[in-house]
Design a protein around this ligand. Structure first.
Ligand code: NAP
Length: 489
């Protein structure tokens, strides 16, 4: 089979309808919207376009399924997740190709994301049977306290386009483990991975109504009435800080539990005493994973003056050697950006920095072809006043800013409303701990350029969000605590 035939096949196999209450069906209005391949600008397929009525149908299904799902044996909930993990891994190649087609990331990276996404299901399959409570005696000895954990209830999950599978499993995994029913609204640009995931969970034995998936071209029109309805009890969102803020406002009305994984503006600090080879390697990962379209992407590279020139030279060599192209082609390391608007934003940030005195060491312009390609770019001597320093770039651009002292580096790193992740390269143990403690972020990559792992608590502080996903705390977001005071013992 040729690659073109395989591409057609993986797209054809995915259900294109809404998944509501355990069945696939068209939108009530009959509407559809188009899904595009960002590497060519061509249309891949059309999918059903949910409206408000479909949202309420999914909510009714979630509410109806909640009581029996909450009583489902934890071991069985875990086993459904385990089977889904195995199915994802068995179909890794096809799912990765599908993701590359709708999102643009290189095939090898898409395969990596399928494994990462599947791992959340495996992790939470193990957590489902470890929901614990407590027993204690009141301080005056006259009562007993029983503490139990219960599912929060029907949950609204909203995910972005940049990790179309992993952002779904990072929420679905703990919701299933905790015994919550849920409605997933995937990003409009990448609904296919979410639809494929829904079909896998159905095949793995997820009961009807526990999960509904609603692709839509009217995100707010579908989700806002549900958040204001009162029967949804939780919203878990990954996306931009602006949309997160809106959802927090909407959630206030019914006092919903919220988890918010929002934007980032990660500083990447390299000190004179760092292992420069490791720092360049780490910068390549932290900057170029997912074409730079990651909330964890290194957005500002602060390099101490003694090594700044050498670091910039080596990073430029590596960035300039990367192969740009359609993610399905052999050896391609950098795919297209998600759309024309994203590419225009990246270009305008580069132009702004250059206008303020930054030097382009490599790249600095759009790539060839019909897709939304942008060349891997390194900028040196970037003034701290550049828009790049305060805006999430979401593209393959590495701005280098040099510094003299640790205090200067820390002040610059923390000079942002965001606080998701920071990276730090040093061989001095005391500095490593001192700086890690002082960085105002939820995560720190210490001598490593990647922080994402299902077994670790992922999340940010400040405007980067509320709550954590993954690790042993990930399931907490979907559990309530109830205590029973027992008298007369
Ligand atoms: P976005 O525009 O905020 O969209 C995210 C999701 O929210 C999409 O499903 C989107 O639907 C939906 N949405 C948009 N407006 C909405 C509204 N008014 N009501 C309800 N839902 C709405 O973000 P994005 O551009 O897709 O993703 C990039 C952002 O996500 C970046 O800021 C990145 O840092 C952040 N992110 C954070 C993390 C983390 O863990 N902290 C991880 C990945 C990404 P449509 O697609 O239909 O617009």
């Amino acid at each position: 089979m040729t690659l073109a035939e395989r591409e057609t096949q993986v797209v054809e196999r995915v259900p294109k309808q809404l998944f509501v209450g355990g069945t696939w069906r068209e939108a009530r209005s009959g509407a559809v919207f188009k899904v595009e391949d960002p590497s060519t600008g061509s249309v891949l397929c059309e999918v059903a376009d949910a409206g408000t009525e479909d949202g309420f149908a999914a909510l009714d299904a979630a509410v109806a399924a909640q009581p029996s799902w909450a009583k489902h044996a934890p071991r069985e909930r875990g086993e459904i997740l385990r089977r889904a993990y195995e199915l994802l891994m068995q179909r890794q190649e096809d799912l990765a190709l599908l993701m590359t087609l709708e999102m643009g990331k290189p095939f090898a990276e898409a395969k990596g994301e399928i494994a990462y996404a599947a791992d959340f299901l495996r992790w939470f399959s193990e957590e489902a049977v470890r929901i614990e409570g407590g027993y204690s005696i009141s301080p005056n000895g006259q009562a007993r306290f029983l503490v139990m954990r219960q599912p929060v209830g029907p949950s609204m999950l909203i995910t972005p386009w940049n990790f179309p599978m992993a952002m779904g499993t990072r929420k679905i995994g703990p919701a299933i483990a905790a015994g919550c029913t849920m409605i997933l609204k995937p990003a409009q640009q990448t609904p296919l991975s979410a639809l494929a995931l829904a079909d896998i969970l159905r095949e793995a034995g997820l009961p009807e109504g526990v999960l509904s998936v609603l692709p839509t071209s009217d995100a707010g029109g579908v989700t806002e009435p549900l958040l204001r309805d009162g029967r949804i009890r939780k919203v878990s969102f990954t996306g931009s800080t602006g949309v997160g803020r809106k959802l927090l406002e909407q959630s206030a009305e019914q006092v919903l539990r919220t988890s918010m994984e929002l934007g980032g503006n990660a500083p990447f600090l390299v000190f004179d005493d760092a292992d420069i080879d490791a720092a360049v390697e780490g910068a390549m990962q932290a900057k170029m994973r997912n074409i730079g379209e990651a909330c964890t992407a290194a957005n500002r590279l602060y390099v101490q003056s003694g090594v700044a020139t050498e670091f910039a030279r080596r990073l430029s060599e590596r960035m300039g050697a990367l192969k740009l192209g359609r993610g399905t082609e052999d050896g391609v390391q950098v795919g297209p950006l998600i759309d024309a608007k994203a590419r225009e934003k990246v270009q305008s940030l580069v132009d702004d920095a250059v206008g303020r005195g930054a030097r382009v060491l490599v790249g600095g312009s759009a790539g060839d072809g019909d897709g939304y390609f942008y060349r891997p770019t390194v900028l040196a001597d970037v003034p701290q006043s550049s828009e790049l320093s305060t805006t999430e770039i979401f593209g393959p651009v590495a701005p280098i800013i040099s510094f003299d002292t640790e205090d200067q580096a820390l002040a610059a790193a923390n000079d942002t409303e965001y606080g998701l992740v920071s990276y730090l390269y040093t061989r001095d143990l005391n500095r490593a701990l001192r700086v890690s403690e002082a960085l105002e972020t939820g995560m720190v990559g210490l001598n490593q350029g990647i922080v994402s792992n299902p077994a670790a608590p992922f999340g940010g502080v400040k405007h980067s969000g509320l709550g954590r996903e993954g690790g042993t705390v990930g399931i907490e977001e979907f559990l309530e605590t109830k205590y029973i005071g027992v008298g007369g013992v």
